[in-house]
Write a protein that binds this ligand. Structure first.
Ligand code: BDR
Ligand code: CA
Length: 304
């Protein structure tokens, strides 16, 4: 069975990814990062997830802030003031071992065996690659929820140009995407397309997911005009489960790190000579640009 580590800023859709990932794969560890919620809260939430589902999964705490960008506020308006829909009193402690050390040691000791699924800002992964560049060759696959490339009109959810995870730490994202790691990007282009309705969530009979979803569902319907909620992060697991449900292009990818388009993910789109210099020598990554919505939904709901 595929061994995965999920690196997460656990909010509501991250919890869907953790649950889906734990059902389909051998989820050996959860590493946390600052993003939807501060990293202490993300660590408490990851431990709470393990407690709810009675899972003995290792939890490690990662970066408290982006590499160099000015920290931006958490997404309490989307995921609730605790990141999990303000339903539960979470008794778990925020203390945990070092996430970056854990990522490096695990990948080093099990070369080409560990798939890392990154569903928050890429700060931990960037630090791991910086401290231990062989991480790029030894990780089996790196699946990233992040970015936006304009398909189906999805260009950004933090700004006109930038998706949240990349916007939060653009330098980290650029470092990771410029690395030779075997990367698949699961961007807003596909994640915004798969919206799960209240009825569909109810049909899972998963009390925890049903309860934590209410706040995020309400936000998604009222503020975004969706029919349900986009379970962005869970689509990384959907991709691993059945890549045939996704249309993929292969291109190098960089990130605009400063200015009005900070956090924008860019790929070479023309033959313009000098504009493509920034991609020279970079590995192409798989970028999901379309998705079979009904198949992904059906497989997700069946598993949950
Ligand atoms: C991403 O941003 C976060 O709010 C979600 O958890 C997801 O990882 C979507 O842009
Ligand atoms: Ca996330």
């Amino acid at each position: 069975m595929r061994k995965i580590i999920i690196d997460t800023d656990i909010g509501v859709d991250d919890a869907f990814a953790l649950r889906y990932g734990s059902l389909l794969f051998d989820l050996i560890g959860i590493t946390t990062v600052d993003g939807n919620v501060p990293v202490d809260m993300a660590t408490k939430n990851a431990k709470f997830f393990c407690k709810i589902y009675d899972k003995n999964i290792r939890v490690y705490k990662g970066a408290t802030r982006p590499l160099t960008a000015t920290p931006t506020p958490p997404s309490f308006d989307i995921h609730g003031s605790d990141g999990l829909g303000q339903v539960y009193d979470n008794p778990c402690s925020p203390n945990a071992g070092n996430a970056v050390n854990y990522l490096i040691e695990t990948v080093k000791n099990h070369p080409n065996e560990i798939t890392v699924v990154a569903v928050g800002p890429l700060t931990n992964i960037a630090i791991a690659l910086n401290l231990y560049p062989q991480f790029a060759e030894q990780v089996k696959e790196l699946i990233i929820m992040g970015g936006a490339f304009g398909h189906h009109g999805h260009t950004g959810n933090m700004s006109n140009f930038a998706e949240f995870n990349v916007f939060k730490d653009p330098d980290a994202a650029d470092l990771v995407l410029s690395s030779p790691a075997p990367i698949t990007i699961v961007p807003l282009d596909v994640t915004n397309e798969v919206q799960i309705t209240a009825e569909e969530i109810q049909s899972t009979h998963d009390e925890f997911l049903i309860n934590i979803s209410k706040f995020y569902l309400d936000f998604s319907i009222k503020q975004k005009g969706f029919n349900g909620m986009a379970v962005h992060d869970a689509l990384t697991i959907a991709y691993l489960n059945n890549p045939d449900n996704f249309k993929v292009i292969e291109k190098p990818c960089r990130v605009i790190t400063k200015g009005i388009a900070a956090g924008q993910t860019v790929i070479p789109i023309s033959n313009a000579r000098s504009s493509n210099d920034c991609f020279k020598g970079l590995k192409s990554h798989k970028i999901c640009i379309d998705v079979n919505v009904s198949a992904v939904k059906q497989e997700l709901l069946k598993a949950l």
